[in-house]
Design a protein around this ligand. Structure first.
Ligand code: FES
Length: 114
């Protein structure tokens, strides 16, 4: 789950950390309902963007890993999903070997059925 948009009203002191989540496309699972909490300090420490993998589109490792954790299927389909969602690996292609390595090493997170 990635934060895709928001509208602040009233207390807008959370703008800075919410903006960091949005602009850096950081995973927001750890925040849950805390995304709605007002305050200038993030209720969960905001991760830094991390190592850039795709320089053509400015895509960093945490965004890629976050997507891969939710993406099942073959290695080829997971790479295609990454390219479609984040655009990484769709221009010069120099990051594709690293993307393929990440596809192999970051396995999907499966929630056990209760
Ligand atoms: S570095 Fe990723 S497409 Fe160019």
């Amino acid at each position: 789950m990635f934060l895709q948009g928001l509208l602040l009203a009233g207390d807008t002191s959370a703008e800075n950390w919410l903006k960091a989540l949005l602009l850096q496309e950081l995973p927001a699972q750890a925040y849950g309902r805390l995304l709605l909490a007002p305050g200038a300090k993030a209720p969960v420490a905001v991760q830094q963007k991390g190592k850039q993998v795709c320089s053509c589109f400015g895509v960093a490792a945490p965004a890629i890993e976050g997507h891969l954790l939710q993406c099942e299927g073959s290695s080829e389909s997971r790479l295609e999903s990454l390219q479609k969602k984040l655009r990484c690996g769709t221009n010069c292609g120099s990051c594709v070997p690293e993307l393929k390595r990440m596809v192999r090493s970051v396995l999907p997170f499966r929630v056990a059925a209760a």
